[in-house]
Design a binder for this molecule. Sequence first.
Ligand SMILES: *Cc1c(COP(=O)(O)O)cnc(C)c1O
Length: 428
Amino acid sequence: MNLDHAEITALTKEFETPFYLYDGDFIEAHYRQLRSRTNPAIQYYLSLKANNNIHVAKLFRQWGVGVEVASAGELALARHAGFSADNIIFSGPGKKRSELQAAVESGIYCIIAESVQELLYIEELAEQANKTVRVAVRINPDKSFGSTAIKMGGVPRQFGIDESMLDTVFDAIGSLRFTKFIGIHVYTGTQNLNTDSIIESMKYTVDLGRSIYERYGIVCEFINLGGGFGVPYFAHEKALDIGKITDEVSDYVQEARDTLFPQTTFIIESGRYLLAQAAVYVTEVLYRKTSKGENFVIVDGGMHHHAASTFRGRSMRSNYPMECIPVSEDPGRRELEKVTIAGPLCTPEDCVGKDVQLPALYPGDLVCVLNSGAYGLSFSPVHFLGHPTPIEILKRNGLYELIRRKGIPEDLVVTQLQTEPDLLFADK
Ligand SMILES: *Cc1c(COP(=O)(O)O)cnc(C)c1O
């Protein structure tokens, strides 16, 4: 999205910082372009873990995108967003029985089982509910693909079931009566910027479907090709050749459709690629100071709202792309200077930018963190220090919609207040 400084400044008159601003028109154009390049036999699913704003999810629902959830909370959000049950899939290595039960009751399209034990739990719950439940199995491939930041294929993982254990899986599946195996899922890692490794992994997944037919005589009606499409955040990163991926995977899927899989639903999941570049996180400078010769500014947002921008979960401490908007009365010329931008939390980890080269910043100026539409709020420790959650604003067709109101200080205590005295247990 393009950052319009006058627009952001005007918004700060209406809305208190910090806030997230999403560009709905960008989200739509970006998705539609991806969609138009992809074989219609492939459906896109939005991964809610990258962003769990219900109004953002609703946009995708309107465009016919499905949703991938990974908890009962995300499942509830998907239902509230209006996704029909048959457009919801549920993955995650640690689904509790209560969560599986919620999925069974909702009758979602498919539960993605990540262990043989989970298959057996699902069978039990399906039998209790006297329902047929569709499951797919997440497979941890024998092979590793390219060099993604977080390798997920070919190495020991808590996710999925090893490809080498397929015999055991299909033995178990053979004994299930209420659980219907419909297909497979392979997901090899997020923020993948290696075009060829994504293509390779998706083709491998289609081939896995073929080999399941050859070995067990079952035609998958669901093949989830995964995704993990990355976006460049830092200077050294290069954008994916998305056209090459959609072309090659579309052709490969077409060939599969024309031969063994005429009825099969193919799926690509994405959170980051669909949303990362569609939002900015806007903070205001509160203080300016120096310490032992270094410049610091303290802003009103940080790790509790946007942990990823403060290096969390990243091995490389590189700064997110940032722009500053001088709003305060200009106290002279704005010389470029090296500055560390810290948030309000009482930890040195709350650092939005280390040694950033920016025009001198003063209280009242705005610091905008770009590429903030995915793994922003959903990835952040919002309770740490108890600051309220930030506002979220969606801009569409020139209109602004408040899509998350500001949290209130009492949010910190609502789940702690005792409502029922008999919740107290005596220590034995
Ligand atoms: C996290 C995750 C996704 C989303 O990944 P992105 O890189 O955000 O597109 C999709 N599928 C599974 C199984 C995941 O764990």
